[in-house]
Design a protein around this ligand. Sequence first.
Ligand SMILES: Cc1cc2nc3c(=O)[nH]c(=O)nc-3n(C[C@H](O)[C@H](O)[C@H](O)COP(=O)(O)OP(=O)(O)OC[C@H]3O[C@@H](n4cnc5c(N)ncnc54)[C@H](O)[C@@H]3O)c2cc1C
Length: 458
Amino acid sequence: MATYDLVVIGAGIAGLTCAREARRLGAKVAIIERHSFGGDITNELVPTAVYSHASHLLGLVKSSGPLGVAAEETGLDLQRLHARAIEATAIIGYRLSAEKAERLGVDVYWGEASFLSADELRVDGDVLPAGEFVIATGSEPEAPSIKGLKESGYLTYPGILRLESIPRSIGVIGAGPFGLEFAQFLSRFGTEVTVFEQGDHILPDEDAELADFLEDTMAEQGISFYTGAKVTRVERVAEGCEVTVDMDGAEEKEVVQEVLVASGRRPATGGLNLRAASVAATPEGIVVDDELRTTMGNVWACGDVTGKRAWASVAAYQGRIAALNALAGAHRTANYEAIPMVIRTEPEIGRVGLTEEQAEAMLSSAAVSYSYFTDNDMAIITDQMIGFVKLIADAERSQLVGAHVIGPAASEIISELAFAIKCKSPLTELADLVHCYPSAGECIHQAAEDLVRQVEGS
Ligand SMILES: Cc1cc2nc3c(=O)[nH]c(=O)nc-3n(C[C@H](O)[C@H](O)[C@H](O)COP(=O)(O)OP(=O)(O)OC[C@H]3O[C@@H](n4cnc5c(N)ncnc54)[C@H](O)[C@@H]3O)c2cc1C
């Protein structure tokens, strides 16, 4: 059996990016996958994004009356949508496939990887010795321990994406980014949706102001929310499932046809036998330092399994760093402050850097500015005026530290703000940047000018 420079465990976006970078560096590389190449990207992200896009189109068509578009009859052909999701997944999946990896010179092993020591792994009958290892095994759903939930039966994300008909009503447990994405497309497809969130507001990790705005907007779209609501019991009844919530001591009940569990993921470390390699892990993820090195010098980790931030953008970024550090001694440190993320609701959210709450806790002087899509000519032209841009600066350094966009094209225009944070651009340069006219991005110019006025008093 060959001795490898690097063996990567897990062929999701983190592991594949790592393996690709390792090959670029000229290393002898193997990758091990137990289920399917592409991981969550092909199994969940891409089909979900296709469903979301279809629901946005439905929303657009239904609201296009003011533009003179007569579309009284709208509907959904779920079978065609499902077929398109499979098609899009196949196209994107090819780039993440075992075949593509092999073409790049990566040896592919199928099976469950398990450490024998810090120098050897077992995969089925094979033992793979290597100088360096990268753990990129991702995360897996973890159902919360709620009385009666297991017995009542519940849906998960892949379960929803395989449904042959849309449920009449659904209770979504958890108001994180993906739970809300599912809540919204189901609502647009005709399901009556109720979301239960135990935190004080939806999207507990996001800027509270944007989370509140999104909750209000989605409520206006017809979705019901219970926040500060801990689901304590789920019980099968004749009409579906009775969901009991504890709201600060008061008990409330809601009957829904189906329940979607959209809360809780755990790092996928089961079966890896980490102890044999002296790699430490907590319930949040594998312990890594800033260079993504685990507690064993020649073992690295990247992606969801590190428990940092469960986004594909982060996983790919970490995958590259792990390869560079493991094989080229690059000593790159993972810095998450300039990595943009999208929440694919409508209005969409794009976010990079600190929330206002984090900036206030971390900086001696933070400045905040806004601009609204009601003042943006492109938004007026397209009749998509819901939302705003919120910029947060370190006033002492006159630099952007956080940017949040809720509204049209948020996931696109957030990238220039990520660039400004990454390059530590002076606020004046951000305010001077010229945008196309008309475009949603002009909102950035207005908010940045306001920040300059606040910080520099000009
Ligand atoms: C519904 C949904 C929508 C999402 N939408 C977005 C989005 O719009 N934008 C975004 O940035 N992120 C999104 N994400 C998050 C994103 O998909 C993940 O953060 C990212 O794909 C994680 O990549 P990964 O490589 O770390 O892990 P994974 O993709 O989970 O890959 C890990 C791989 O390791 C394999 N594996 C595990 N254990 C072993 C073992 N012992 N031996 C061999 N193989 C093993 C698994 O089978 C899997 O293929 C979404 C996630 C979900 C669930």
